[in-house]
Design a protein around this ligand. Sequence first.
Ligand code: FE2
Length: 271
Amino acid sequence: MVKYDVLEKALEEAKLKLEDIDLVSFSNSPGLAPCLKVGMEFGKEISKKLKCKLIPVNHCLAHLSIGELVTGAKDPVFLYASGANTQIIAYEGGRYRVFGETLDMGTGNFIDNFARYLGLGFPGGPKISDLSKKGKYIELPYVVKGMDISVSGILTNLKQKYDKGVKKEDLCYSLQETVFAMLMEVSERAMAHCDKKELLYGGGVCCNDRLQEMGEIMCKERKGKCFIPERSLLVDNGLMIAWQGYLERESNKKIDFDPRLRTDDIDVTWK
Ligand code: FE2
């Protein structure tokens, strides 16, 4: 079974035996119900076998917590840009609050969708990034609504321009310049509103060189700092779920999953 293969590989890499484990955590929100259920059932199985505690954790906050751990960011605005999720999150008044988010697609799904349209395959992010280095700027719609962004209209516009013969390289360059500038605008506004000096990156889209460069420039201009975890911890990883479980090890949360539970619904017990 694949799930045991993954567990065995993780134990081998960590140089641990199964019996060394004294806490098990799993991602219980948000996500697709069948996937969350598979993770929960496997977590139940392992924790029962080891007679140890099982902790359900929120996937988005796990990205944030591992970023804080490895970068040393203390009180950041968190730019979480992945396939399904795009949110600007900050800790205010005892909760992680979503200050802005995408109104339609996650930025990663948007990029992958356009990459497929260009015939670049999956994952599209690295290929779009490579092509962008040979492109020049052409105007695209820029869609920031208050603290939120929207990308589905930009996707349609990019596809229409490609059908009319606009060069792939120019479209890829302009896609990055436009959508990443939108992310910077809402991140910067959240930093100003919350009076925070730190910006922390999380999610696979944040692996992009140009997005990293933009964050560093914006933070420097605000006399702040942009914290960027290494690539393996920006993308989805088991370590972030384990660390979030460890942070919440004293909690007694109900063992269940909720595909729709939002970042700002979580009771923060670990700060
Ligand atoms: Fe994720």
